[in-house]
Design a protein around this ligand. Sequence first.
Ligand SMILES: [Mn+2]
Length: 464
Amino acid sequence: MSLEFLEQLQSIAKGIDEIISSSQRISVFSHWDADGICAAALLAKLLLEKHKVFKIHFLRQLEEDRLEKLKNESSDLLILLDFGSGQLHKTTFKEILQGRKVIIIDHHQIKEQYQVQHFYHVNPYLLGASGEEISAAGVMYFLAKYLNPKLVKLAYLALVGAYGDRQERKEGFIGLNKYILQDAESNKVVEVKHGLRIFGRLSKPLHKAIEQCTSIFIPGVSGNESGAVQFLSELGIKLKDENGNWRRLSDLSLDEEMKLVTGIILQRLENLSNPEDVFGNIYEIKGKEDILSDVYEFSTLLNACGRLGEASIGLSLCLGDKRYLETSKRLLQTYRKSIWSALEFVYENLGSSDIYVQEERFTAILGGDKIPYNLTSTITSLILNSTAFPTKEIVIVFARMEEAVKVSVRSRAKSYNIGKLVREVAEELGGEGGGHLKAGGAKIESGKEHEFIRRFKEKLEISK
Ligand SMILES: [Mn+2]
C-alpha cells in the first residue's frame, strides 16, 4: 500500500514541477503548527533551488473568512500546506479554484474530491494511504525529494513535522513515516537512540528539564523548581557533578536514568491507573546543535513559535538561520508557562462539574478564557495523555476565541472517526471543523458549547 502511494506521488511530481515552473507569482499558505512549518520549509527549499519568487503566510486555520480573502489573492499559483483538503467541499473554495492554479498538499480527511483544470490535490487518502501514517511535511518531503534528490538531507524536517502531529508511536515511526526515517538514517541525517524522553536531555540542567517537561505532567514537579529539586534528591540523584557543574539528563548513568524512570512512574501512579511509557526512542539530528539536535525538542520549539504567532521564526530555524535561536527559546518559555497555567487551572478544577464534565465516553473541559485558544490542541493532547487527569477515552476542550469558541478533540479510541464527527457537529451548529481519525478541531459560536456536547454525545452513540 505504501509503495502504491510512493509510485503515484512520483508520477504526480512531474506535473507539480511544471505548474511551479510556469508560475511567476507564488503564494504559499501553511498551518502554523510544527507540521505546517516543516512542510513550508521543505517547499521553500525546493522553490529556492528553482530560483522562484514566493511568499509564505502562516494561518491558525483555513476558516471561511480566510477563504474569502484567498479569492482576491493576486498570485497565479496558490499552494496550501497542511490544510485545504477539509475545505474543498465549500462553495468559497470552488470560487478560489476559478482563475488560478492551486496545489493542496495535506493529510487531513476529505469530505469531497473533484477535478478541475490546473488543480493538484495531493493527499495520502487519495493515493491509497492514510493521513495517520504521514504528515503534510512528509508528503512535501517525498515531492521535494523526487524533484530534487539532494533534498533528502532534509528528511529530518519530515520527522519533526510527523512528531509534531503525534504520529510517532510507542513502536516508533510507522507506515510511510518509517520510509522517511529509513531515508534519514541511511543518509546519516538522523540517529535513533534509546532513553528517557524528556525535553532538554542535552540542553538543560536535569532539575530544569524535569520541571519544564511538557510531555509528562507530574503534579508538584512540573512548573515547580523546588519540587523538581526535591523529587531528584529523594531519588538520590545528584544535581551537580564533582566540579560543581549542573548535570544534564544525558550525563546520568544508565542506572540513574532507570531510577529516574521508576521515580516518575511511581510519582504519576498516585494519580492514575495506567502510567505511560516514558522510556523510548530518541531521534538525534546530526550536525545540529542544542535544542535543534533532537526531533522532539525541535518540534516543540516550532509549535511554540507557530502557536504564539511567530511561525516565520520557526521557518528561519528550519532553513538553517541560527540568528533567531535565542528568540525562539524565549517564545518556548512563554509557551510552556501558558501551558502549565492552563493545565494547573484544569487540575484545580477536576472536581468542578461546570468546568470538568464527565460523560460516559468522553470528558469535556469548558476552559472559557482560562485556556488560550491558540494552545487548545496541545493542551487537549497533554490532558488525554497525562495520567494526572482522570479522563475518558475522548477529551474535548473548549476555549474562548474573541467572539467565538475554539473546540479541540483528541481520542485514544480506535472505533470513531473524530474529524468527521467534529465537522458534522460544527456544521450543524453553523460553525466549521474537521481533522483526523483521532483528532479534530472546530470553531463554533459562543454559547453553543453545551449543544456541541449534546450532539457529539448523540453521534458517538450512533457511530459506535
Ligand atoms: Mn499536519
